[in-house]
Design a protein around this ligand. Structure first.
Ligand code: GDD
Ligand code: MN
Length: 352
């Protein structure tokens, strides 16, 4: 099986000789090529890559009209001739010595092998705690938003290997720069394996992925959620929630007004009827394609989601009041967070 190592570069002249040298040593005994996709770097990385090509099996793509990490990787897939693709950065934050482990994981049956910072044994060098927190928080949001990646610990790693078939003929959107996430959502695969590694320090030069990273990531997530139909689900879930308010108010009014029942008891009963209403519509409509559990289990789980939502709503309200937030705003934030919690629990547990 031939290996294609795809390395996107932009101003990586200082790092290129070392990564190529270490890769060639790590890949001794394998049939391989290195595909350098350079976006016409001002430091002429492409030129150096061509020169290194006299000694090593390197294919150099010099793009003059396009820019971007993801589109460079996608171009690399198109140009690669191997059976297994490896994607890695040029700056030596990804140790070339890990590549054989990724390849072996694929040979042993994985379709995608991810060099992962967040499985036991993995690590990140020299990140402040807040950098780590942002990274982990972003990943957590992604795993909740996209059920397909919920079991992947490091879905934004830039270091991974895959079988050619996973991406061949698959239309990948080059806009978001977390190309692995794009592949995990759109690719054709069964088994994903994560191999721990230490995300090292950049050897030379500087990172190109700067300030707009978080916004870009969230936009990418939104696009993938839309592609997956999760945004539609969210909308349906909201509409069902609105119908629940009407049911709740209607019955409460009817019980008190026409039956003369106690207002507290009536409220409990009306709330339960609204929960049943919401469950029914969500079961028949929002999540109709996802009935994997028996109905009684779904019903119980839906109640649990409603209860945890209520508790979260109350807790957020009390906490925000305590720090001096206006009570109406505090309530609104509580409602919004409760909504997210209820949707997430139902998406992943009730209909998970
Ligand atoms: N062709 C091309 N075009 N290459 C690019 C571009 C571009 O526009 N931007 C960056 N690269 C190349 C760099 O030259 C480097 O080889 C690699 O892509 C990664 O770029 P860095 O700038 O070093 O990224 P980073 O270290 O901030 O982020 C890395 O780690 C993240 C995880 O924390 C990347 O691997 C990300 O994909 C990953 O999510
Ligand atoms: Mn880097």
């Amino acid at each position: 099986m031939k290996i294609s190592v795809i390395i996107p570069t932009y101003n990586e002249r200082e790092n290129l000789p070392e990564i190529v040298e270490r890769l060639s040593r790590a890949l001794q005994g394998y049939e391989y090529e290195i595909v350098v996709v350079d976006d016409d770097s001002p430091d002429r990385t492409w030129e150096l890559a061509q020169k290194l090509g006299e000694k090593y099996p390197i294919k150099v793509i010099r793009r003059t009209k396009e820019r971007g990490l993801s589109s460079a990787v996608i171009r690399g897939f198109q140009e690669a001739s191997g059976d297994i693709f490896v994607v890695m950065d040029a700056d030596l934050q990804h140790p070339p010595e890990k590549v054989p482990e990724l390849i072996e994981a694929i040979k042993n049956g994985a379709d995608i092998a991810i060099a992962s910072r967040y499985v036991p044994g993995g690590a990140v060098k020299n990140w402040y705690w807040y950098r780590r927190l942002i990274s982990k928080g972003a990943i957590m949001i992604g795993r909740v938003a996209l059920p397909k990646i919920r079991n992947v610990r490091d879905p934004v790693s830039g270091f991974f290997a895959l079988r050619r078939e996973v991406v061949e003929g698959v239309e990948l959107n080059p806009v978001g720069f977390k190309i692995l996430m794009e592949i995990l959502v759109k690719g054709r695969y069964n088994k994903v394996q994560e191999v721990p590694f230490t995300f090292g320090l950049r050897k030379a030069g500087e990172s190109k992925l700067g300030s707009r990273t978080i916004i870009n990531y969230l936009r990418h997530l939104y696009r993938l959620m839309k592609w997956e139909g999760e945004i539609d689900r969210l909308l349906k879930f909201s509409l069902v929630g609105l119908s629940g308010i009407i049911v709740n108010e209607g019955f409460l009014w009817a019980f008190v007004r026409f039956l003369g029942w106690d207002k507290v008891l009536s409220n409990i009963l009306a709330t339960e009827l609204a929960i049943l209403n919401n469950f029914t519509w969500n079961d028949l409509w929002t999540f109709r394609d996802l009935k994997r559990k028996p109905i009684l289990q779904r019903l119980a789980s839906f109640h649990l989601a409603a209860l945890s939502g209520a508790i979260v709503q109350w807790a957020v309200y009390v906490a925000l009041l305590a720090v001096g937030v206006h009570y109406l705003l505090a309530n609104l934030v509580g409602i919004a967070i409760s909504f997210i919690v209820r949707f997430a629990v139902n998406r992943h547990v009730t209909w998970g």
